[in-house]
Design a protein around this ligand. Sequence first.
Ligand code: ADP
Ligand code: MG
Length: 280
Amino acid sequence: ATPTALLVGTGRAAQLGILIKGPQVLESTRTIDTVVLDKTGTVTTGQMQVSAVEPAAGVDAGELRLVAASLEHASEHPIARAIAALADPAPVESFASHTGFGVTGTVGGRAALIGRPLWLREHGVEVPSGPAPDGTTVAVAWDGRWRGTITVSDPVKPTSAQAVSDLRALGLEPVLLTGDSAAVAHAVAAQVGIDRVVADVTPADKLRVVRDLQAEGRAVAMVGDGVNDAAALAAADLGIAMGTGTDVAIQASDLTLVKGDLATAVDAVRLSRATLRTIK
Ligand code: ADP
Ligand code: MG
């Protein structure tokens, strides 16, 4: 009877838009007490809009747009998709993507970097720290010098706040985890009702946060969509991928939410609890 009930649960899950790697996944869902949520593309839409392009003194805005758009053309990060739309791309040589940090490559002879300001500083670029921005800022540099800053904004999904409150009602503590700045992370957390925030993390830190919570004795679900989430998704007791996210995230997870909607994560927890009650 047990396998049958699990199979029925799996079929019901598919109808709800939840793809499960195997019937045993429903069992691990039962013990979860903490849910770690990636910000970009999970709690927010990931459909970034460029809100400001600010060239450094003496830099032409058109040149800044061209270099940034060309580099981001080859990246699949949500930030990249917004910035790539700023100009028709020029060819890029020696392109490289540095997951969770940014991208590098040579555009028309300019050896360029674009990504989180801290990462550019680690590469010896002097990036001025401006006033707390109203959005996520990425810094652009070429030939060793800071050339400007681009700000992108990313709205919270309309269903996220309700989903967070439902997860809490099911006894799960939500934690927001992001590579983005603390300022942006806290603004999003306030909008959806999350108290615990870990920001400015690298993909390796994301894995560590999951492991630390497990070391505290928690059973952790991690919800994410990016390449940067894959290691944390695989380490979590229950890895949940957004179906709208990257293949790497989906492959690393136990369960995929086809529509990329957090409300379906709530359905998944409810369904597994109901299925396991049937078995007992
Ligand atoms: P999140 O954890 O919210 O999904 P990421 O770990 O993917 O965020 O990215 C963290 C930060 O790294 C971003 O806020 C951005 O500053 C920078 N970054 C990552 N990828 C890119 C990219 N392709 N272009 C520019 N900046 C990037
Ligand atoms: Mg993400």
